[in-house]
Design a protein around this ligand. Structure first.
Ligand code: NAP
Ligand code: G4F
Length: 331
């Protein structure tokens, strides 16, 4: 009999790639969507006829209990979150409700309905923040630098705590930045590749960024959802860092993206102090030795491959529907 998985956050970047991966493995996939006045399904268009969508919200405990009780999944991937770091300073309380207490609600639903359900929790390298060690491993102490990072640290520890308190198979994936053509437009990679496409096609002539000097360990989202699945197939629940082990600056990103389109970035990129964060995470670089040795996981796309893939996808998308770009990107 095929396994059943619930994915919260299925309308997001990772949810869409994970749905494709699980379908390819024969899973019965149930996606969780929150109520909206208009559908937000552009990332999952190609799988909509093969998955089931169910309404629930991380803010609503009863909706989660009902969902888990009625579906009785083998695995639950909790990817839903307020995931944009700057927004967490604007809405710190809501960020905590979604990202921290929301995870407690998911854990409670599993504990109360069926403690045999395996849980993947989407933890983040933002927990390392002002890093205490380079590179960062599963044992590096946390020093989060944003309400988002703080909320994810709570979520990480509550997952570990429920595993140890109630013997749940609950794991935390400490994933470093991962991107794709499906990345939200507000994140720096996609903001850059979308701007490159618009500039190349004569629809824009400038790009404002906050700074060029921060460094991130950027990987490809489709590689990272494979690690999520592997974490739930092990004999024992454990936490893993997932990263490429190579860090690049925002300047490197800009150089590769504009260069791939035959543009000189210095003519177009400006700095806007309003985009600088109240507290910054200067540099992240992950050590994924444990995931590589215990899960057999490895990334397949490097930084240049990732950025050029995203530029090519944005060039194609903008060229196909130049007047619809804004709307399509947010649908
Ligand atoms: P994303 O594209 O922003 O997607 C977030 C998803 O969460 C969307 O489907 C969103 O639904 C849903 N959501 C938000 N609040 C919700 C609520 N209250 N109830 C139900 N659903 C809710 O994020 P992503 O990049 O795929 O990331 C997936 C997860 O991994 C997140 O938890 C993120 O914090 C974490 N993470 C991401 C990265 C990365 O580099 N991408 C790295 C480390 C950790 P709507 O479509 O309705 O808004
Ligand atoms: O793309 P970003 O907004 O991603 P950030 O803050 O690293 O967070 C992402 O990765 C985390 C994992 O470490 C996830 F947990 C989180 O959910 C999210 O997916 O910013 C990357 C870097 C930052 O240092 C930022 O200050 O780019 C810098 N940056 C410079 N100019 C900019 C801009 N970021 C954005 N979004 N927009 C700018 O104009």
């Amino acid at each position: 009999m095929s396994k059943r998985a619930i994915i919260t956050g299925i309308t997001g970047q990772d949810g869409s790639y994970l749905a494709e991966l699980l379908l390819s493995k024969g899973y019965d996939v149930v996606g969780v969507v929150r109520r909206s006045s208009s559908p937000n399904y552009w990332r999952i268009q190609n799988v909509l006829d093969r998955i089931r969508l169910r309404p629930a919200d991380l803010l609503d405990q009863l909706s989660l209990i009902r969902l888990v009780d009625e579906e009785q999944p083998d695995e639950l991937y909790n990817l839903a979150a307020m995931s944009f770091v700057p927004a967490s300073w604007d809405q710190p309380m809501l960020t905590g409700e979604f990202n921290a207490q929301g995870v407690t609600r998911v854990l409670e639903a599993i504990r109360q309905v069926n403690p045999k359900i395996r849980l993947y929790q989407a933890s983040s390298s933002e927990m390392f923040g002002k890093v205490r060690e380079v590179p960062q491993t599963e044992l590096t102490p946390f020093y989060p630098r944003s309400p988002y990072g703080v909320s994810k640290a709570f979520a990480h520890y509550i997952t570990v705590n429920y595993r140890e308190s109630y013997d749940l198979y609950a794991v935390s994936g400490m994933l470093f930045n991962h991107e794709s053509p499906r990345r939200g437009l507000e994140f720096v990679t996609r903001k850059v590749t979308d701007a490159v496409a618009r500039i190349k096609l004569g629809l824009a002539d400038a790009l404002s960024l906050g700074n060029l000097d921060t460094h991130r360990d950027w990987g490809y989202a489709a590689d990272y959802v494979r690690a999520m699945w592997l974490m739930l197939q092990q004999p024992h629940a454990d936490d893993f860092v997932v990263a490429t082990g190579i860090s690049h600056s925002v300047r490197d990103l800009v150089e590769v993206a504009f260069g791939h389109a035959g543009l000189d970035w210095r003519k177009y990129v400006g700095l806007d102090p309003r985009l600088i964060r109240p507290a910054e995470v200067e540099q992240l670089i992950g050590d994924s030795t444990k995931a590589r040795s215990q899960l057999g996981w490895a990334p397949t796309v490097d930084f240049t491959g990732l950025v050029t893939m995203m530029v090519d996808a944005d060039l194609e998308r903008v060229a196909a529907a130049p007047r619809l770009v804004d709307r399509l990107s947010t649908l």
